[in-house]
Design a protein around this ligand. Structure first.
Ligand code: LLP
Length: 418
């Protein structure tokens, strides 16, 4: 996180003191560094150039249109999983010829929207979906480009909730049925099978599971070639992990080199769908200490941000480093950092030992740029936090804090006879 750095005991995001932003904008909020996003973009993009590739940013990781716009302007496309993500991507200026669409539950309306937008391809996850896309494309007088998302049954060695490529998961087509799926697609007039896709999971910190999956994909590719299928795109999904605590994930170039070696003589394009690795460490969640509380049994630091803002600790027991925005000295305590929500799972950090913080202090929850705001909710009728992007010595509010009015804007009280 080298764009979140301490200068004289005070945390800066690029050239701006975080405290200054917190005082001006109020808390809680997500804070992103443009310099970090650009640096991560460059590292991934340059590494990907050793192959003929297209990079499609995984919109679910961070869906703010300002951030999407940066990545699209720099030349990337989008990996989407819903009509809403397609809508956002278009608003953020995506070139729809670089959009790939995954997801097990695409609806007819979403499929029609994607066909109208002329996306690059649908990553198909079931035979029912294949037939529905064919039917909709036929009605629209179009041909849908597709790939099958195959499930290679590889253990990604990550949290079970974010593992997707094992046979017990709901994702993709059983690798054993892949050939017959392509044969079936060939019979359909409004389908053109142009790709082969797999995504095995997220927050992978080793190259080995990727290698295992790519070997399986390569094997399948050779079989498909033999049968005369013209596969022009191999989509290898996302999944490259980041450092939250002391993980040592491979650099994108290590991962790419390995893929290139395995794919050998493959002549088509390779698609990557990175999310977390680009934005995870570009963002922090900034929150304020409301109360210090000791129950006699345990200490709690109660802050104004909760699981509705950042659900990763509650959902996956994920670790996020938490630091005070102004370095503290003095006595040390062990405490849970918790939010105001009425759930025991509402914690941002458990059993953390740090110098005591005071009520009114600002804390930064690090590595929160991916799956932070995009997974947030209004639970407990909490207006969602603001999102702020820093560029050098300037900052921009890229999403306003929600208001109480926003909370009920879509609701309606019918005239009931009671
Ligand atoms: N492609 C597909 C088809 C995906 O399902 C995902 C993530 C990605 C790409 C991007 O993966 P990444 O590069 O970010 O690892 N909410 C969880 C992560 C869920 C990931 C879902 N799929 C978390 O907070 O850890």
């Amino acid at each position: 996180m080298n764009d979140f750095i301490f200068k004289d005991n005070e945390l800066y995001c690029e050239s701006i003191p975080v405290k200054k932003i917190a005082e001006e904008a109020g808390t809680p909020f997500y804070l992103y560094s443009l310099a970090t996003i650009k640096r991560h973009f460059k590292a991934f993009n340059e590494s990907s150039k050793i192959m003929d590739s297209i990079v499609c940013f995984s919109v679910k990781a961070n869906s703010n249109i300002a951030i999407l716009n940066v990545l699209f302007k720099l030349g990337w496309g989008a990996d989407i999983v819903s009509g809403g993500e397609l809508f956002r991507s278009i608003k953020a200026g995506v070139d729809t010829s670089k959009v790939v669409y995954s997801g097990v539950g695409k609806t007819a309306g979403e499929i029609e929207f994607a066909l109208n937008s002329d996306i690059l391809m649908f990553n198909i996850e079931s035979m029912s979906e294949l037939h529905l896309i064919n039917k909709i494309a036929e009605n629209m007088g179009k041909k849908a480009r597709i790939s099958f998302r195959v499930n290679p049954d590889v253990d990604p060695k990550t949290h079970p909730y974010i593992s997707t490529g094992m046979k017990k998961n709901k994702f993709g087509i059983n690798i054993k049925h892949a050939l017959e799926s392509y044969e079936e697609a060939k019979k359909l007039n409004n389908i053109e099978a142009v790709g082969l896709d797999c995504h095995i999971g997220s927050q992978l910190t080793e190259v080995a599971p990727f290698d295992d999956a790519v070997k399986i994909i390569k094997d399948l590719l050779l079989k498909l070639n033999k049968k005369g299928f013209n596969i022009q795109f191999i989509d290898l999904g996302g999944g490259l992990g980041i450092t939250y605590e002391n993980e040592m994930p491979p650099h994108p170039s290590t991962y790419m080199n390995s893929i290139k070696d395995i794919l050998g003589g493959y002549k088509g394009k390779v698609i990557f769908e990175p999310g977390r690795v680009i934005v995870g460490n570009s963002g922090a969640f900034i929150t304020k200490v409301i109360y210090n509380k000791s129950t006699g049994h345990k200490n709690f630091v109660i802050v104004d941000g909760g699981m509705n803002d950042l659900i990763r600790p509650a959902l996956y027991e994920a670790y996020h480093e938490i630091i005070p925005v102004i370095k503290k000295t003095g006595s040390r305590v062990k405490a849970d950092v918790v939010g105001p929500i009425c759930e025991s799972a509402d914690f941002l950090g458990k059993e953390r030992t740090f110098h005591s913080v005071d009520e009114g202090d600002f804390l930064a929850v690090l590595s929160a740029g991916a799956y932070g705001f995009s997974m947030s909710s209004n639970y407990n009728s909490r207006p969602r936090a603001a999102e702020i992007l820093v560029d050098g010595d300037k900052y921009y509010i890229i999403r306003k804090r929600e208001t109480y009015e926003d909370l009920i804007e879509k609701e309606n009280i019918p005239d009931l006879k009671l």
